[in-house]
Design a protein around this ligand. Structure first.
Ligand code: ATP
Ligand code: MG
Length: 336
């Protein structure tokens, strides 16, 4: 890892194994992780401790976690080039998050958009404290490994900014300790919106299943979801502000095919909404189909997946303990 075998920048990123992997995760995040492996040291993790900020069925969470590992690999994450690990299997994340929490104001956390969005879906008494605390755990995830870059979708950018603030604060209060990380937002498809509500981002925890396309969906399910995607009044396929549904579909098609939105507008100038949606669905099927097949093949190989995870855990744990002991010393905890 950084400072040892190589001087390549270190990137760390992950997703919550709270449900399957959705198209927004792929276009906005995982796809760019695959190419980053060529130029950077990469740590990819499964944020199961983040996943429990909203209620999870225990058995389902275990299954989803292995599903996500298989999905990372099916999407092109290469365990020979990168490390993959599970957050809860590495000691130190929660410990560091606690230390960071003790010097963070509640107001800073209450301003986070994700907290506001996710807590708005619930009655205020049932909003878990973990949802508020989430960005601090994320800061700990990043700072434990001295990550230089955090590739992420637009939705997590605010959390990376908070991580920078928290790191700078600690470095000032004690002495230079943490690398201050930078967000890495890929330009294409930084924010895929729900197919049922173009004002809300596509998210695997969306209660409306028609709004989210999962990478495990069958071709028929994918087609159905795009067929029933909300569009707008009017009939022209144009990226106009008054057409958020069409804009989202154009962005998705651009993300899937690499064709710029302006060219797609010309290409579909005389198409009906139904024809256009059919074309987006076809492009999604062409991308997702092979990933889904590979996923089902890998998911059978449980021993292989566990071996990949164990290798990742060992590497991650070594680095995490080294950072944590440094932090413990600086804050004044007595050494063992
Ligand atoms: P949840 O609803 O449980 O928060 P999620 O679908 O938002 O799930 P995460 O695990 O929180 O998924 O995020 C994984 C990665 O995918 C992050 O880097 C995030 O920025 C990115 N991402 C999530 N949703 C989208 C989206 N709609 N468009 C682009 N990128 C996204
Ligand atoms: Mg999310």
């Amino acid at each position: 890892m950084k400072g040892k075998s190589t001087e390549r920048p270190l990137v760390l990123t992950g997703l919550q194994p709270s449900a399957g992997v959705q198209l927004g995760n792929f276009l906005g995040a995982i796809r760019s992780w695959v190419s980053l492996q060529e130029s950077m040291e990469c740590l990819f993790f499964l944020a199961d401790m983040h996943a429990i900020t909203v209620p999870q069925e225990p058995d389902q969470l275990r299954t989803n976690t292995l599903d996500c590992v298989a999905m990372y690999l099916a999407c092109g994450i290469d365990p020979e080039k990168s490390q993959i690990f599970i957050q809860s299997q590495v000691f130190g994340h929660a410990e560091l998050a606690w230390i960071l929490a003790c010097s963070t104001a509640i107001g800073q956390l209450e301003r986070m958009t994700q907290f506001k969005d996710k807590s708005a879906r619930k009655e205020s008494e049932s909003v878990g404290a973990g949802l508020l605390y989430y960005p601090l755990l994320m800061a700990a995830d990043i700072l434990l490994y001295d990550a230089d870059y955090v590739p992420t979708g637009e939705d997590q950018k605010q959390h990376v900014e908070l991580t920078r603030d928290v790191a700078e604060h600690f470095n000032r209060r004690y002495s230079p300790t943490f690398t201050v990380p930078k967000p890495l937002i890929s330009n294409a498809c930084a924010r895929v919106m729900s197919l049922q509500n173009p004002f809300a981002k596509m998210s695997k925890s969306d209660p409306n299943p028609l709004g989210v396309v999962f990478l495990t969906d069958s071709d028929a399910q994918i087609q159905k979801k795009f067929r029933s995607a909300v569009t707008d009044s009017g009939r022209e396929v144009r990226a106009l502000p008054e057409k958020p549904g069409i804009c989202n579909l154009l962005e998705i098609l651009c993300g899937l095919t690499g064709e710029p939105v302006e060219e797609l507008e010309v290409h579909y100038a005389s198409a009906s909404y139904a024809e256009f949606k059919g074309a987006v669905a076809a492009a999604a099927v062409a991308t997702i189909g092979p990933i889904r097949e590979k996923f089902f093949e890998l998911r059978q190989k449980k021993d292989f997946l566990l071996a990949v995870l164990e290798r990742g855990r060992k590497t991650a744990q070594e680095q995490a303990l080294s950072t944590l002991s440094k932090v413990y010393r600086k804050v004044g905890f007595l050494e063992k």
